[in-house]
Design a protein around this ligand. Structure first.
Ligand code: AMP
Length: 116
């Protein structure tokens, strides 16, 4: 498994930086966003270092299914019965601020569409 010793979210994945972890999958973990943009805001990341969705390849099929499965499980655990949004930002124009693939799971009242 590839990890980047300089990557903030790799450090969270290996436990070197604390986070409020709410779920784990075979290849993924989920933790609360430190600066939530919605009443519920959880990040789901692969344990291995992948820079963004743009770096996913055909041999990541199992990892991607695990990532989405954990996102859906978070929505169940967080009781987002009214619905939720799953977002991933790719690159600077989309506002990606951490260069490690992540799914934002956003829920609760007041989710606007389209996002700003
Ligand atoms: P993005 O900008 O799409 O790459 O998303 C990165 C997210 O990570 C932002 O919503 C940040 O608030 C969040 N974030 C940054 N540092 C931490 C941290 N140490 N623990 C939890 N969330 C973080």
């Amino acid at each position: 498994m590839t990890t980047d010793p300089d990557c903030l979210f790799c450090k969270i994945a290996v436990g070197d930086i604390p986070a409020e972890i709410v779920a784990r999958g075979t290849h993924s973990l989920a933790f609360r966003d430190v600066a939530p943009k919605a009443p519920t805001h959880v990040l789901v990341i692969p344990a291995e270092h992948i820079g963004s969705l743009a770096e996913l390849a055909a041999d990541h099929t199992e990892l991607l299914a695990d990532l989405v499965g954990v996102a859906n499980q978070v929505a169940v655990d967080e009781k987002l019965t009214g619905g939720y949004r799953v977002v991933t930002n790719v690159g600077p124009d989309a506002g990606q601020s951490v260069p490690h693939l992540l799914l934002h799971v956003l829920g609760g009242r007041g989710l606007g569409w389209p996002p700003g």
